[in-house]
Design a binder for this molecule. Sequence first.
Ligand code: ATP
Length: 311
Amino acid sequence: MSAMTTHTPMNMEPNDLAVLCRDLVFRRGDTEVLKRIAFTLEPGRLLGLIGHNGAGKSTLIKLMLGLLTPASGTLEVLGGKPGARPLDVGYLPENLSFYDAMTVREHLQYFSALKGVPTSRAQDLVEELGLGVVIDRKLGQCSKGQRQRLGLAQALLSKPRLLMLDEPTVGLDPAASALMYRELSRLRDAGCAVVVCTHELALVEPHLDQVLLLAQGEMRGSGTLEDLRGRAGLPALISNIDAAAVAKDDLLAPFLRGEGADVKLAVPQGDVPAVVKRLTDVHGIYDFQLRKADLGMIFAHFVLDVPVEDL
Ligand SMILES: Nc1ncnc2c1ncn2[C@@H]1O[C@H](COP(=O)(O)OP(=O)(O)OP(=O)(O)O)[C@@H](O)[C@H]1O
């Protein structure tokens, strides 16, 4: 599969974009780590950077931060050179390292001073992110989830217009992960552009506006989930059916997939109405579950090259 070009959306000047990336190439020595990457990100949108280990996700984030320099192509962040407006860009790295002897309060005071923001901003974030209970605790004694929330508070101190997060929910319990995504969705709704790099597909999926799928540094797909489903012709899935009855039905049997408790119908979008009618009218099955191909299937198809019929 080849890389696709992305154009500036209609009615939008390049300068209005949070990120404009065209034909971006990054090399380490002779190795092309990123190959002709192209996408745009508007303010108020949440982009998922999805790919296998070593696909190039963190490298792309570092390029957008201005920490690495592309070999060729265009990369603009908030209408300018990456790294040119550090206060407008927030970053939560994959491996947070703190000075463990500092308290949460001291840490936020230190970074508020460094970024030139009033301490009232830090106080607001402490409340917003539920850090009040650990405000005087040393960082070495804070839990993973508390440290992660502190990392987010630090990234948000200067009210960034673009926020990038590398694996923000690794090691967090389900409640802490949900809180992280609630916060990211809230920021997106307030107009911040958000880039999340993650392997936790089910967790990120409900919050995504668009995805960029990477494999071996190559862009395999870019757009909304609906775009990608349509482009690949991914089927809808119908589960909780009477498999024995369906297997004997010549119209339905070709769509049967899986075995035992996992048995389902994988139905091309255009055939869904006819299949649903058949299930209800002929087989009297009403309590089936119908769902669209999820991000896991989209990933399997575009990144792992699994053919649609094997999904
Ligand atoms: N500092 C470095 N020096 C040399 N090669 C590197 C360096 N950092 C990353 N790479 C290589 O660049 C490629 C892309 O790495 P990158 O960290 O961007 O992947 P990733 O998609 O973020 O992976 P993961 O999901 O494991 O975090 C990999 O092959 C990696 O080994």
